[in-house]
Design a protein around this ligand. Structure first.
Ligand code: GAP
Length: 591
């Protein structure tokens, strides 16, 4: 559906129509922070409510939580964030700019210099003269600190190397690296700054958590952190929710809320922000060994299980896949076509410190295919860590497990114990830990494992905006060409559900009846009133912000109570009563 040309088109519409503004814009803005305007905050709220309804209210096995942003700092020690939640950061020795060292080449490709050089490469056909000319000309303004730009001797060596083997420098990275390093006699290489061509420092880890101080005394003892994910509050409140909710494993705890990350280089509009919102579910499941004791088997994906209905015999692998499928169903229900997102399975060396497996759902944003949300299998890592650091027992008691173990004879228990020990040893785990774990299982106790679908509200909103945008070329009855900008937002997500127009504003009877209808509808739906300008212009204003239905009140309305309802996508108009309109809207808006 979408035919956007760039992120600029989306961001300019968002600014113009009140979806998204730069935070603190009157002071020049602050990088990585965004404000949601009148329409943006409605749309964002709709995304969150849709998620909440789908994940919490429509399920009997998920409870909600709304925890604080600042929590006890030990939480971040236990979770590993204090020690490992960092990005590799580097600084340019010439222009002093800081950047993530794993994003240097993306940044260069996006820069003026990168784009100029890429164009020259594309046009060069093996001819190196223009590349040489760039160093002597435009590069002086674009990357003034690049050694080949500053020192003629370096440029000469680079030129000779280029002439000798142009194929070796036919991509942006090798060419720019050559211009930086051609003069180095010892063969060592520096990575050039994507902004100015200067030399970058060695990367070092930079912790992404925002620090603050709790209370009036500003010292190390009072340091606290703004949460970098909502998940940890769920683990920290696990025992309270379990005790008060009458749930038992498997069950989930969900939370929506702000998270903060001091991103080294916030980029791509709202995609990577420093303050953003997450919608996270921690779904607690039995360890596979407990499943085996209760069900006599552990279903894996190889068993081709029916993923629509949870089964007590599902192992973690099936639960993980189940949640990937559930998330895809929701993304589609919100309006993202199934073909617009892809799954990316993390290789074992890409997994976060806590994860056993992770699937990212990626969306094709205008700046490339990037992560929309992630579904991780976190094992019992988090609850175990919190048990260790807080001293509070995070085990659950599982009645069916205790009963299953009670029914086993001594031989069966020994066989089970030895099997688990052998499996743990094969995974380089401790034998003593394996025996203690199985002994607890026989008592019906364990620390639950967890599957975590974790989504970003802002990223979801950006994906929906990009997907919805369309510029349609229209020709009217007189043959006049026109462009209609329309946002095909799913009605569930659209900020305004219905706009109400009186056909004429200077006919009091029409105006007043339209006002009555508007007042009636707005009690139920986000509604918008517009009485100014030609009807066609009023339709267009609503198309551009994705309003699915426009209602026009005319003289027939006064006669028979029907209104004209114009559909945003088809532009077709239908006459119907208010009851029919409400029934149609309710059906489309039902989550
Ligand atoms: N609890 C797991 C966790 O936080 P993550 O992959 O770091 O995992 C989950 O984040 C989701 O949060 C991402 O898929 C993305 O949608 C969103 N997210 C993460 N960092 C973000 C940022 N800097 N700006 C906007 N959204 C972000």
């Amino acid at each position: 559906m979408s035919n956007y040309s760039s992120l600029d088109v989306i961001s300019s519409l968002c600014k113009r129509r009140g979806f998204i503004f730069h935070s603190s814009e009157i002071y020049g803005g602050i990088p990585g922070f965004w404000d949601y305007g009148p329409l943006g905050c409605e749309m964002k709220r709709n995304i969150k409510e849709d998620w909440w309804k789908t994940i919490v209210r429509n399920r009997e096995d998920v409870e909600g939580l709304d925890a604080t942003i600042i929590m006890h700092p030990n939480i971040w020690k236990a979770s590993g964030h204090l020690d490992t939640f960092s990005d590799p950061m580097t600084m340019c020795k010439s222009c002093q700019k800081l950047m993530r060292s794993d994003q240097i080449w993306d940044m260069f490709a996006d820069s003026d210099a990168g784009q100029t050089l890429q164009k020259l490469l594309d046009e060069s056909n093996g001819e190196v003269g223009k590349l040489f000319a760039w160093c002597k000309g435009r590069a002086k303004g674009q990357t003034p600190n690049l050694p080949a730009v500053q020192e003629p001797a370096v440029l000469t060596v680079a030129y000779e190397k280029l002439l000798e083997n142009p194929a070796a420098y036919s991509d942006l990275k090798s060419l720019y690296t050559l211009f930086a390093n051609a003069g180095r006699a010892d063969g060592s290489e520096i990575c050039p700054c994507p902004h100015c061509g200067g030399e970058l420092t060695e990367p070092r880890p930079f912790n992404l958590m925002f620090k603050t101080v709790v209370g009036p005394i500003d010292n190390e003892k009072n340091v606290a952190y703004l949460r970098p994910e909502t998940a940890q509050a769920i683990f920290a409140q696990f025992l309270n929710v379990l005790a008060t909710s009458r749930q038992s494993v498997p069950f989930g705890i969900a939370q929506i809320g702000k998270s903060f990350r001091n991103e080294v280089t916030p980029r791509n509009y709202t995609f990577r922000s420093r303050e953003f919102e997450q919608m996270e579910l921690e779904y607690f499941i039995r360890p596979d060994e407990a499943v085996e004791l209760i069900s006599g088997k552990v279903l894996t994906l190889a068993d081709n299980p029916d993923l629509t209905t949870p089964d007590p015999a599902w192992g973690w692998e099936v639960w993980h896949r189940y949640w990937v499928e559930q998330r895809k169903i929701w993304l589609t229900a919100c309006g993202l076509p199934p073909g617009s997102f892809v799954e990316s399975v993390h290789a074992s060396d890409e997994l976060a410190h806590y994860a056993r497996a992770c699937v990212d759902i990626e969306y094709s944003f205008p700046f490339g295919i990037q992560e929309l949300e992630g579904i991780a299998a976190r094992s019992d890592f988090d609850l175990t860590q919190h048990q260790k650091h807080s001293g509070k027992c995070m085990e659950v008691f599982d009645e069916p497990l205790k009963l299953a173990a009670k029914e086993m004879d001594d031989q069966a228990r020994t066989r089970f114990m030895e099997k688990v020990v052998a499996e743990w040893l094969a995974h380089n785990k401790d034998e003593g830990d394996a025996r203690a774990f199985v002994a607890k299982l026989f008592e019906g106790r364990y620390i639950p494992h967890v599957i975590e679908p974790s989504a970003g509200v802002d990223r979801m909103m950006l994906a929906l905006l990009c997907n919805a945008y369309e510029e349609q070329k229209l020709v009217d009855e007189k043959g006049k060409e026109d462009t209609r900008v329309v946002m095909h937002l799913n009605p569930r997500i659209a900020p305004i559900k219905v706009a109400v127009f009186p056909l004429l504003k200077n006919k009091p009877e029409l105006f007043n009846r339209a006002r009555e209808i508007f007042e009636h509808l707005r009690r139920r739906y986000a509604a918008f009133w517009d009485h100014s300008g030609a009807i066609g212009r009023r339709y267009r204003r609503q198309d551009e912000v994705g309003t699915p239905w426009c209602v026009t009140v005319d003289f027939d309305t006064l006669e028979n109570g029907t209104v004209t309802v114009r559909d945003r996508d088809t532009m077709e108009q239908q006459r119907m009563t208010l009851d029919e309109l409400k029934a149609m809207m309710d059906e489309a808006l039902l989550v």
